[in-house]
Write a protein of this length. Structure first.
Length: 465
């Protein structure tokens, strides 16, 4: 029997309901019996999936889309103040909730695991969701991407565990009070909201401080920012700290990661014993995500050997080194990487998986602010590819910044010895790749914007050669 939802959430209206985070909360509320409605800018498979659950989805943003009897309006940080539905909510005195408040209300009364970090959150949350489901725990989960297996980013489960991706970008992860918090890494990103690493550390300290008394922090023993954060929170006496990674002193130590094509075999040392399991995505960073998931599950009392076996059932998340297809002997793989660390990790993973194949990258920078602050590092990461195509900046929620273009990345890439082609009209990308690619090559579409849509187009062009 699905639990009753809070009265404020009985008839919610979501502005931007098609977004990864927003749609997940909407799905869980609908599965719990709420009368859910919302709007989005355009039609999408997500909108169709929501309608299949009985959710009313309007396309476009207009005041009349908001029902007068809505119990609340749910927004994300991407919704602008002049949105007509938001203005209508003010006229009708309908309460407005941030997405994180809505998610926090769904987590209330559950044993929750909140997964945080500058990158790797979606993969780690997904690994836990898949493993716990495989073990019959029947968890609820809210993820920032669609699982390849269940094909969804969220689900209401009858079990008492709730696994959630905790977004640090706008400090919304401060709203959660998890039993287990995972911090994968701490790096400077989201430059519109954080001016320095000191602000980042303060924000993560606040998040860790929300862990319930007697709860556990699972945190990397290798990543410098995470190590620094661990030192800052060690004095929290109500908190158990479990470190994981390659470091000799890690509580869960990564002994060996053996690449096996597009999978890896991972061996860890836990409580003095060796434990080996398979991760169905390549690269050390994904192996470390799996170890973090393992440590978090153990912190909730689930046997390590059961978890290790169940993590092997994880088959990936859309956009996280997802194979889109093969044509004319060329594989096309999609990557969500948009921060230099993520880009480097995925490119190194594909280098290991692709053996002697040439690696061609189609990269779309995400956000002007990120390009301004990290464009040089993005360009240097692209030097790991044999050739790259760089598109214009995908603005998402941002307005342009004078002088900030993808040219900053291209210049840095060329200075690092990369072979780079600038393409300003994305409709030309498939032809450019067709002219570059040879049988045996791997093409990686990379970025957090709509570059993902180019995979099928590139495959179609390659098929027609």
């Amino acid at each position: 029997m699905a639990p009753a939802v809070p009265s404020a959430m009985e008839r919610p209206h979501f502005i931007g309901i098609g977004g990864a985070g927003m749609s997940g909360i909407a799905k869980i509320l609908a599965q719990r019996g709420a009368k859910v409605a919302g709007s989005d800018a355009k039609e999408s498979p997500t909108a169709d999936a929501l309608r299949a659950l009985g959710v009313t989805v309007c396309i476009g943003h207009a005041a009349e889309h908001l029902a007068a009897d809505a119990s609340c309006v749910v927004v994300s940080s991407a919704i602008r103040a002049d949105n007509p539905e938001l203005a209508r909510a003010a006229e009708l005195s309908i309460p407005v909730l941030h997405r994180s408040d809505a998610l926090a209300s769904l987590m209330t009364g559950r044993r929750s695991i909140a997964v945080a970090g500058t990158h790797g959150k979606t993969t780690t949350t997904s690994m836990l969701a898949v493993a716990l489901t495989e073990l019959g725990v029947d968890p609820s989960y809210a993820i920032g991407g669609d699982l390849e297996g269940p094909g969804t980013n969220a689900r209401h489960g009858e079990g008492d565990i709730f696994v959630a991706e905790a977004d640090e970008s706008d400090r919304s992860f401060h709203k959660y009070a998890p039993e287990v918090a995972i911090v994968l890494n701490v790096e400077l990103d989201h430059h519109a909201n954080y001016a320095s690493m000191d602000e980042i550390y303060d924000s993560f300290e606040t998040f860790v401080g929300k862990v319930v008394p007697g709860g556990t922090l699972v945190i990397s023993a290798d990543q410098p920012g995470a190590v620094e954060l661990t030192a800052k929170v060690r004095e929290l006496t109500t908190l158990k700290v479990v470190t994981y990674g390659d470091a000799e002193g890690a509580d869960v130590r990564v002994h060996k990661v053996t690449p096996r094509g597009l999978t890896s075999e991972v061996t860890v040392v836990l409580d003095g014993r060796f434990l080996t399991f398979t991760v169905s995505v390549p690269g050390r960073h994904y192996a470390h995500n799996a170890v973090a998931a393992l440590a978090a599950g153990v912190a909730l009392g689930i046997p390590a050997h059961n978890l290790a076996s169940a993590i092997g059932k994880y088959t990936g998340v859309k956009r996280r080194l997802q194979l889109k297809g093969e044509a004319a002997g060329v594989q096309v793989i999609d990557s969500y990487a948009h921060h230099p660390t993520e880009m480097t990790a995925d490119l190194e993973a594909m280098r290991g998986a692709a053996a002697d194949a040439r690696l061609l990258v189609v990269f779309q920078p995400h956000l002007f602010s990120r390009t301004q602050e990290l464009g040089k590092e993005m360009g240097e990461a692209l030097a790991l590819a044999d050739s790259s195509v760089v598109l214009d900046v995908y603005p998402a929620r941002e307005d342009p910044i004078p002088g900030v273009t993808s040219g900053l990345i291209i210049d840095a890439a060329r200075a690092a010895g990369a072979n780079v082609t600038a393409v300003h009209d994305r409709t030309n990308v498939a032809d450019v790749v067709w002219g570059m690619a040879k049988p045996g090559d791997v093409v990686l579409t990379m970025g957090a914007g709509d570059v993902t849509d180019l995979g099928p187009v590139i495959l179609a062009r390659l098929s027609g050669r």
